[in-house]
Ligand binder design. Structure first.
Ligand code: PRP
Ligand code: MN
Ligand code: MG
Length: 181
């Protein structure tokens, strides 16, 4: 097997640091949603690790659901125009919805998603993102729960991919330039 760790120029967050941060966010979420139902929603595929670990850090009952989307044309990230490939199973009307994402890069994915989900009349709608690249923002995203602000570098691991690889790394790292250049 290939040594994927050598494809990273450096590790940004270790497995333990990610776990600590998700635990901290989980405590805030538990307090904020006390006595209310909570529905976690993630968009495949990048958010699966955050979803799985955040949901298990929450010491309360939650429901979870997933959407799958695909871009119109090659450059999702520059257009933000997406088509729903698999929609949610759960009706959002009157529900407290928390979107769970791995990263806010340009912000276009979450901008689209927030508007799409808001139109389904949830009781509340908030965003939890593990990572954010503040210097890459094309639209401003108000994430109530945010893990780490990171530099504008190509990051992979913990759900984040480069050409579908590296998603299963337990840490988050900066991809070494030799991999993509
Ligand atoms: C990545 C990431 C976020 C989005 C962030 O998803 O998981 O969903 O990009 O970028 P943005 O803020 O510029 O919109 P991607 O479209 O690569 O799909 P994936 O989750 O399947 O990797
Ligand atoms: Mn994604
Ligand atoms: Mg991706």
């Amino acid at each position: 097997p290939e040594d994927v760790e050598s494809d990273l120029s450096r590790v940004l967050y270790s497995e333990a640091e990610i776990k600590d941060k998700l635990r901290e966010l989980a405590r805030q979420i538990e307090a904020d949603y006390e006595g209310r139902d909570l529905l976690l929603i993630a968009v495949l595929k990048g958010a699966v690790m955050v979803m799985a670990d955040l949901a298990r850090e929450l010491h309360r009952d939650v429901e979870i659901d997933f959407m799958a989307v695909s871009s119109y044309g090659a450059s999702t990230h520059s257009s933000g125009v997406v088509r729903i490939v698999k929609d949610l199973d759960i009706d959002l009307a009157g529900r407290n919805v928390l979107i769970v994402e791995d990263i806010i890069d340009s912000g276009l994915t979450l901008d689209w998603l927030r508007h799409n989900l808001q139109s389904r009349n949830p009781a509340s709608l908030e965003i939890c993102a593990l990572l954010r690249k503040p210097t890459a923002a094309k639209v401003d995203i108000d994430a109530k729960y945010l893990g780490f602000d990171i530099p504008n570098e190509f990051v992979v691991g913990y759900g984040l991919d480069y050409a579908e690889r590296y998603r299963n790394l337990r840490s988050i790292g900066i991809l070494a330039p030799h991999v993509y250049s």
